[in-house]
Design a protein around this ligand. Structure first.
Ligand code: URA
Length: 187
């Protein structure tokens, strides 16, 4: 499947009830040939309105965090979410909604072919790395995902709610930078 075919099919998706309330489907943003892919949970209000992932307050924090280690959605990362349509009142996407939607993400991963996948928060890590992922214990650790290296960090919204988690995330970013350099990932 090509990017054009995938995006066209995804934009008309009606696989779950989230399609009923969307203003825009949020497909993804960034560099489609990037070696690093970032995956969040699902669009919030600003994302639903704009059609782009991580453009609200959490997105600004994410961009600032990425900048510290030389990452930038305009240059070297691709960003998307587990579910492509906004869950009402920003609730966690239900398991059935994640299961209905994750096929689009798997196709995106197959097209990007990232060497590193960073899950943003518990929901993305639980859907991609392993069920019952414990973000407080397992953030910053590396897992294998079909040959790609996968790590989860706290979701930027969690860092906005609880700034005391920021030093741990800084350490995780340092680890991410270390592995990018060590494995000569292109940035
Ligand atoms: N939170 C997410 O998980 N994804 C977005 O795109 C925005 C906020």
């Amino acid at each position: 499947m090509t990017w054009e075919e995938l995006e066209r099919d995804c934009r008309t998706c009606r696989k779950c009830g989230l399609c009923e309330k969307r203003t825009n489907l949020v497909f993804g943003d960034g560099v489609k040939t990037a070696e690093i892919m970032l995956i969040g949970e699902g669009p919030g209000e600003q994302e639903d309105l704009s059609g782009l992932p991580f453009v609200g307050a959490a997105g600004k924090l994410l961009d600032d965090m990425l900048k510290i280690i030389g990452l930038d959605r305009r240059k070297n990362v691709y960003i998307t979410n587990i579910v492509k349509c906004r869950p009402p009142k920003n609730r966690d996407p239900f398991r059935e909604e994640q299961e209905a939607c994750i096929g689009w993400l798997r196709e995106q991963i197959a097209l990007v072919r990232p060497r590193i996948i960073v899950c943003l928060g518990r929901i993305a890590a639980g859907a991609l790395i392993k069920e019952n992922f414990k973000i407080t214990r397992e953030h910053g650790q590396w897992f294998d995902m079909d040959g790609a290296k996968a790590m989860a960090i706290y979701h930027p919204s969690a860092l906005l709610r609880d700034p005391s988690k920021r030093p741990e995330t800084f350490e995780d970013l340092m680890e991410l930078e270390r592995v990018i350099k060590e494995t000569k990932v292109n940035i």
